[in-house]
Design a protein around this ligand. Structure first.
Ligand code: TPP
Ligand code: MG
Length: 796
């Protein structure tokens, strides 16, 4: 690391002030110059930004290296953008449009911002855990011998102290410990304020103990150099004791009050104690305020020293940096400052204090004493920025032309998935080598056992399977090694999704592509949903295999039966969702998924998905008879587009049954029952309500007002279905998933599905109770396709 001379330190201090000014001005500009009255003012950016500006300046302008990756706490976004602006990576235009459409984002976004955001943040806690899992992903990549020509990066999270309330952080800590976490820094902006309040006394002692317990180094930066010097003066020790005993609320309130308030209070509390009184009296009010505000997190020398010391090893480090929310601003310390905004007069005062002339607010070096050439030279030499944009790319891993369909007359999709993965595991293809599987304690029960037997579990150090060495027969080999390709996680589903997020960004973060496949029980998607959403939001690429699903799980009961997940799959951006029935469909989809996960370059495909993205396969444990057929390329394309005719309706069709997933046998049975009383009945297999709907909406949008667009897949499929024909849709999930199909061409539709919690029972019991059995389908067909009574409809 470059040495900093005295003049460098002076420049760093100047630039730090400039960063704070630019951040404050950016927010002020967004709120006051373009006040739209639409809620733009809500935000809490100014006080949060001021709290962390010194820490971020120390990191970005000195301590970080190009290979390091950072998650910035959400409300520090203006500071991040200001730093990137100084470094030449952010445009003035985007800063001026901060919080506006197309402008710099309110919370750092990998996909929307253009200034090299490493990890998106916004939903607190998630970016923090992302750094931990990214470090594990980096270990995985390097243990496999990839990317060794690049320096190892450090994963850094800048955290608000109240962020630590989020449970996913603790779940991640546990997992990090199990996997021997390294190269991770969490820097806590310990301003003892959250959004509403001042944080509880003594909380950090608990956190500190916990971090140490998990094998982290904890570095507490409590007092800055000014305070440390004062403590060495006569009476200084007494002052230190007072500061350390001062409750958070009071410290905040006195900070807000300023130098005179400090003096009055300190005199009051410390009494006339000679030495300490003299210590206070030697300082003006302003100097006293500066002294009391000189906490570790606002003290550049302390920060630089702490970061430098931590660079000497790769242990995970938690830095607890004492700060004051709103430091250096009139909002400093006030408990209501989170949503507080400086009024124009206050900004004007700050502008003058910063030496910024009106009209020169955006000038990079305005008001700084050091000549611009020297400041520019300093910035040009900043290590973090030395290699320009730091986002990496990785070549596409070739995917074979197709996957062979596993043999078996009766199979479930879950079983088929296991067989397909096992088949992949057997071949030493580039694809198989880059796949990494992970599961939250449901590896075997989601049928990944065959894959894991072949490819092994990952750990940085060998660990034998004791059952095997003790010669106790077991179906599964639980052998850990650095070559293993399965990451076994504890049950916490948040960790699964954050891990997928980290593995799924490896191409961009480490320059080495991984193809992550995660499995879990479908209902527990809801447990990790925010992390799943987060992973998609930042365009991580992974395959999610969720099984078992729905009430089809029968005997396990309502707590394990998913209902709403098909709607999650439809609504989740960045995630193409499928629910196949047959294993040949699954083979097509799995094959397509490995391509889709790797595609990039903008644009949408016909189903309205971005050219590439992640994939969610909702699978089932229900064994169904497999069709005897050979799928051709057109069939495969239909399966990927979301639907095909299992039985094409005749020209005079009166009823169509559209089904998805495990209820196919009921749909087929109902078709037979209806066929005697309604003409030309059709059977539509829906493999992806998500893609079908997405394609339809995209085509509508493209066509509206422009004389129509090419019809979408579902429009083409239903084009020849007579208008008087009724449609019954059915799936083991929420009926709204398919109910929209009637709107495509205006067919009368009855949507069957599950709307109430399930319970234990047989599949037949539960389908009957939920109204998705063959009889329910017949009854619905009777309702939407009126005619003579269906003879096979039983009276209930
Ligand atoms: C999951 C989630 N819940 C709530 C919020 C709203 N929120 C944003 S910041 C914040 C608390 C800020 O406190 P802290 O983390 O200490 O940050 P500071 O501004 O003090 O640095 C809250 C509740 C959020 N962004 N994400
Ligand atoms: Mg805080």
């Amino acid at each position: 690391m470059r040495e900093l001379s005295g003049s460098d330190m002076a420049m760093l201090a100047e630039l730090e002030r400039k960063i704070l000014w630019l951040a404050i001005w950016t927010i002020h500009n967004a709120n006051h110059l373009r006040d739209t009255g639409d809620g733009l003012k809500v935000g809490g950016h100014q006080a949060s930004s001021a709290s962390i500006a010194t820490i971020m300046s120390a990191l970005y302008l000195h301590a970080l290296r190009p290979e390091d990756r950072v998650a910035v706490k959400p409300h520090a976004s203006p500071v991040f953008h200001a730093i990137q602006y100084l470094l030449g990576n952010q445009t003035l235009d985007k800063l001026q449009r901060f919080r506006g459409f197309g402008g710099a984002q309110s919370y750092p976004s990998r996909t929307k911002d253009t200034d090299d955001v490493d990890f998106s943040t916004g939903s607190v806690g998630l970016g923090v855990a992302q750094t931990l899992f990214s470090s594990l992903a980096q270990d995985y990549v390097r243990a496999h011998g990839w990317g060794l020509d690049r320096p190892e990066g450090r994963m850094v999270a800048l955290i608000g102290d109240a962020e630590m309330d989020e449970g996913n952080i603790f779940e991640a800590l546990l997992e990090g410990w199990k996997h021997g976490l390294r190269n991770t820094w969490w820097v806590v902006d310990y301003n003892r304020q959250s959004l509403d309040a001042v944080v509880r006394e003594g909380l950090w002692a608990k956190f500190e103990a916990m971090f140490r317990n998990f094998g982290w180094d904890v570095v507490v930066l409590r007092h800055g150099t000014l305070q440390q010097a004062a403590f060495r003066e006569p009476g200084g020790e007494r002052l230190r004791q007072w500061i350390e005993a001062c409750p958070n609320q009071l410290y905040s309130a006195l900070t807000f009050g300023g130098g005179a308030a400090w003096r009055a209070r300190l005199r009051d509390e410390l009494g006339d104690q000679g030495e300490v009184t003299a210590l206070l009296d030697r300082r003006t009010d302003d100097e006293l305020a500066a002294l009391m505000g000189n906490l570790g997190g606002h003290d550049m020398p302390s920060l630089l020293e702490a970061f430098e010391a931590a660079k000497a090893h790769d242990r995970p480090v938690c830095f607890i940096c004492y700060t004051i929310k709103g430091f250096g601003l009139p909002l400093a310390g006030h408990k209501d400052n989170h949503a507080g905004l400086m009024n124009p007069a206050q900004v004007e005062t700050l502008r003058r204090a910063m030496g910024v002339r009106p009209g020169h607010e955006w000038d990079r070096f305005e008001g700084l004493a050091t000549p611009p050439e020297r400041l520019q030279a300093f910035l040009s030499a900043v290590p973090f920025n030395a290699q320009g944009t730091r986002r990496l790319q990785a070549p596409v891993i070739p995917v074979p032309d197709s996957f062979p369909v596993p043999a078996g007359r009766e199979l479930s999709t879950q079983h088929g998935f296991g067989l397909l993965m096992h088949d992949l595991a057997k071949g030493d293809t580039p694809l198989a080598r880059r796949i990494v599987t992970t599961s939250p304690d449901v590896t075997v029960s989601t049928n990944l056992g065959g894959w894991v037997n072949r490819r092994g579990l990952f750990a940085r150090e060998e660990l034998a399977d004791v059952f095997r060495t003790e010669r106790i027969p077991s179906t599964f080999h639980w052998r850990f090694s650095p070559q293993g390709q399965h990451l076994e996680l504890g049950i916490a589903e948040m960790n699964l999704f954050t891990m997928l997020s980290a593995l799924g960004l490896s191409h961009s973060v480490t320059g080495e592509r991984l193809l992550p496949v995660g499995t879990l029980y479908d209902p527990f998607i809801e447990r990790g949903l925010d992390a799943l959403n987060y992973a998609c939001y930042q365009d991580a690429r992974f395959l999610l295999v969720a099984t078992p699903s729905g009430i089809t799980l029968a005997g396990e009961g309502g707590a394990h039966q998913s209902i709403m997940t098909p709607l999650i799959g439809m609504a989740q951006d960045g995630l193409a969702s499928f629910e196949p029935t047959y294993v040949d469909e699954l083979a097509v989809l799995l094959h397509w998924s490995f391509g889709h996960m790797q595609r990039s370059g903008g644009g949408k495909d016909e189903a309205g998905d971005d050219a590439g993205g992640s994939v969610y396969l909702r699978l089932s444990t229900r064994t169904v008879a497999q069709p005897v057929r050979q799928l051709g390329p057109d069939d495969a394309a239909d399966i990927v587009a979301g639907s095909y005719w299992m039985r094409r309706p005749g020209p005079n069709a009166e009823a169509v049954i559209a089904y998805a997933g495990a209820v196919a046998p009921e749909a087929v049975e109902a078709l037979g029952l209806i066929a005697e009383d309604r003409r030309d009945v059709g059977l539509l297999a829906v493999t992806s309500a998500d893609r079908l709907h997405g394609g339809w909406t995209a085509s509508q949008r493209a066509g509206e007002g422009r004389g129509g667009a090419a019809p979408s897949h579902v429009e083409r499929l239903l084009a020849d279905v007579p208008r008087h024909c009724g449609i019954v849709t059915v799936l083991d999930g929420h009926p709204a998933t398919l109910g929209w199909i009637g709107s495509v061409h205006g067919h009368r539709t009855r949507a069957l599905g599950v709307t109430r919690f399930g319970q234990t029972g047989t599949i037949a019991d539960l389908y009957r109770a939920a109204g998705i059995d063959a009889q329910a389908i017949v009854a619905a067909a009777q309702a939407v396709a009126p005619g003579r009574p269906m003879r096979y409809l039983r009276a209930v």
